[in-house]
Design a protein around this ligand. Structure first.
Ligand SMILES: Nc1nc2c(ncn2[C@@H]2O[C@H](COP(=O)(O)OP(=O)(O)O)[C@@H](O)[C@H]2O)c(=O)[nH]1
Ligand SMILES: [Mg+2]
Length: 340
């Protein structure tokens, strides 16, 4: 697959460490402007209400999810061009955050592809740098976080990726998540809605619920009409999400810092960037702490509910307690008679 690297700005450490931030950002923004715009999609007639937000600004999408689920392939399907390297391998071929732009119904679309920052590996400086780059490329914030997962393969790694998304962007970012299932062709004649309704994967059901049932499917091998149709389905979900947020993109304190770094002029890149990376690390550590607290609150909430249920069902509770006592007595008796 041809991969025109020169059109995809990727952020290498040398670019940050060897240039003034202002210079770098100028270069970076220029590179984005220089990107070839792909024109695709169909010009559809819509009501004023339908297009109120669609034409308001460019649409920023960030691809998130575990490695190998098809993030880069999905980016290529959205842009209808093989701009991101996408390959099956033991390790992800996406090493740096990358950005590419295209057009949809006359609207600019900016897609940020990400490396393995949503995995449970050690959080080293390289990881914080990648996260910092992701923020810089999607400033002032994404309209949509496209959580990519392979159809039928939602595992503990995907659940971990969801948790990492919350750590990296903040728990509030879930309000901007759209779940995108790759390998849609595996459905055969079945429908995605049926799959989502009937899945016995509890974690997936819970995720879909938390994301306000925003999901869609892609066959990233599709071309022509099939590719256009699946893209239209995604854009319909995206536009409905935008309406929900009155066109506002997701943002947080770190996006503010990323924007400041982009606009910063005069001081050396090294110092400003080091300071920015320290803020990235502090932000993520804070999110991690907050999430842990929420989880422990959740446990407390469950215990509280059990306690309330026991109070309102004293008879049943007494029955269960007696059953458990009898069971324990039998168990102890068996252990004693068999000498264990
Ligand atoms: N058949 C099929 N293969 C896909 C689909 N999406 C991705 N792939 C393949 O999955 C592999 C990993 O994809 P990639 O985009 O590199 O995953 P990433 O690590 O998340 O960026 C590649 O070989 C893709 O061609 C899909 O919808 N259908
Ligand atoms: Mg990739």
């Amino acid at each position: 697959m041809a991969f025109p690297r020169q059109h995809v700005p990727s952020m290498s450490s040398s670019q940050f460490s060897n240039h003034q931030s202002g210079d770098y950002m100028y270069w970076h923004m220029k590179r984005i402007e220089e990107l070839p715009k792909t024109r695709y999609g169909t010009m559809t007639e819509g009501s004023v209400e339908d297009n109120r937000f669609a034409s308001s600004s460019s649409l920023r999408l960030v691809l998130v999810g575990k490695s190998g689920c098809g993030k880069s392939a999905t980016g290529n399907s959205i842009l209808c061009q093989p701009v991101f390297e996408s390959k099956l391998g033991a390790q992800t071929v996406t090493r740096k955050c990358q950005v590419a732009t295209g057009m949809w119904n006359g609207r600019n679309i900016l897609v940020v592809d990400t490396p393995s920052i949503f995995e449970a590996k050690t959080q080293d400086q390289e990881m914080y740098k990648d996260i910092g780059d992701c923020y810089l490329l999607s400033v002032p914030g994404p309209h949509v976080l496209l959580l990519v997962t392979q159809l039928g393969r939602f595992t503990a790694w995907d659940t971990m990726a969801v948790r990492r998304v919350k750590e990296v962007f903040g728990a509030g970012a879930m309000r901007h998540v759209v779940v995108l299932f790759t390998h849609k062709e595996d459905l055969g004649d079945g429908s995605l809605d049926e799959y989502v309704v009937n899945t016995d994967n509890h974690s997936l059901r819970s995720l879909i619920q938390k994301c306000g049932r925003r999901y869609c499917g892609f066959n990233n091998r599709a071309t022509g009409e099939e590719q256009r149709e699946q893209l239209e389905e995604l854009m319909a979900v995206v536009e409905s999400l935008e309406r929900e947020h009155q066109g506002a993109s997701y943002t947080n304190d770190l996006y503010f810092d990323a924007q400041m770094l982009q606009e910063g002029k005069g001081s050396t890149l090294g110092e400003e960037h080091r300071c920015y990376l320290a803020k990235v690390q502090a932000y993520i550590e804070k999110q991690r702490g907050d999430l842990k607290e929420t989880r422990s609150h959740w446990v407390c909430r469950v215990l509280l509910r059990v306690k309330r249920w026991m109070r309102s069902h004293i008879g049943l509770t007494a029955f269960f307690v007696i059953c458990i006592l009898i069971f324990l007595a039998v168990l102890i008796n068996v252990c004693i008679t068999h000498g264990c």
